[in-house]
Design a protein around this ligand. Structure first.
Ligand SMILES: *[C@@H]1O[C@H](CO)[C@@H](O)[C@H](O)[C@H]1NC(C)=O
Length: 292
């Protein structure tokens, strides 16, 4: 696939555009998140969406965070993780099923800014659909590139080599430690864990709930035939509005440049449509996105 960055299509009307492969893939893959999206419903007006003139600004933040979790997971690169910088603009619609659709533009910055360097922001536009109070919002998102592909590949490869040479079992205790400190040598492990957690956090996000990864523990690494990093760990996710702390056991398989595979099992989540207190899920990011 060609490594060129594609310009952002503006959400909404704009007539048919030829889709280049990376973008076409991105949209297509986002469909998996969209569930049963009615055909041809890109325009809100077509499907009973009514503009919501009085949506809370919180909704835009929430949509941006969901889009970022999704993006981090899909890009699948622990060295290219991003966080929200600011939301620049947005609009919202509601429909008769009380679903909210949000179109927004936001900027992101690197998760770990390099010290003393000026960090370029990357601009993203996204459409996020929250399905009433259900988790796993449907998301389409595109961003400008903020890091050269070769730079990202190299950083991923270094991280991979670092992880491969670690002795097993990994006797690292909790990260951060009880003083809130993350030893720099454990940063790659944290980043890889964050990558897997991004998937879980996207899946758990609703219009009202959002999660932060606050602690990593119980890390185990397994040998694989194909030399991938096969990694088990427990994260504590903090849900912001309820202040709930949810332990999730995550299993991920990662090889630089290959699709990330994630499986997880979280305890104590209040799933409205499920009687049990546990939730599980799994996913494979189907292919690398070459435009990030
Ligand atoms: C994402 O894009 C695809 C293709 O245009 C569309 O069918 C789908 O409904 C979109 N999903 C969202 C959440 O906008």
């Amino acid at each position: 696939m060609q490594p060129r960055q594609q310009p952002l299509p503006a959400p909404g009307p704009g007539g048919p555009r030829p889709l280049t492969p990376p973008l076409a893939l991105l949209l297509l893959l986002a469909l998996r998140g969209a569930g049963a999206a009615p055909a041809g419903s890109w325009e809100p007006e077509d499907s009973g969406w009514v503009q919501d003139a009085e949506f809370p600004s919180r909704l835009l933040q929430q949509a941006a965070r969901a889009a970022l979790h999704f993006l981090n997971f899909r890009v699948g690169s622990p060295s290219a993780l991003r966080v929200l910088s600011s939301v620049q603009e947005g609009r919202a619609w509601v429909n008769s099923k009380k679903e909210s659709q949000v179109d927004l533009v936001f900027t992101t910055e690197r998760y770990h800014p390099e010290e003393g360097e000026e960090e370029p922001l990357s601009k993203c536009s996204a459409r996020v659909i929250f399905k009433n109070e259900k988790p796993r919002p449907a998301i389409n998102v595109t961003c400008t590139r903020f890091m050269e592909k070769s730079e990202r590949q190299q950083a991923d490869y270094l991280l991979y080599k670092h992880m491969k040479q670690l002795k097993n079992p990994l006797d690292v205790g909790s990260i951060p430690d009880s003083y809130g400190h993350i030893d720099p040598s454990l940063r790659p492990m944290w980043d890889l864990a964050f990558l897997g957690s991004s998937y879980v956090m996207w899946e758990k996000t609703t219009q009202f709930l959002h999660y932060y990864m606050v602690q990593l523990s119980g890390v185990k690494q397994w040998k694989t035939d194909d030399n991938a990093i096969d990694f088990d760990y427990t994260v504590l996710l903090h849900e912001f509005s309820t202040q709930e702390i949810i332990p999730c056991r995550i299993h991920l398989v990662w090889y630089p440049g290959k699709p990330l595979k994630v499986k997880y099992h979280c305890q104590g989540l209040q799933a409205p449509e499920e009687a049990s207190g546990t939730e599980e899920g799994s996913a494979v990011a189907p292919t690398e996105l070459s435009n990030f």
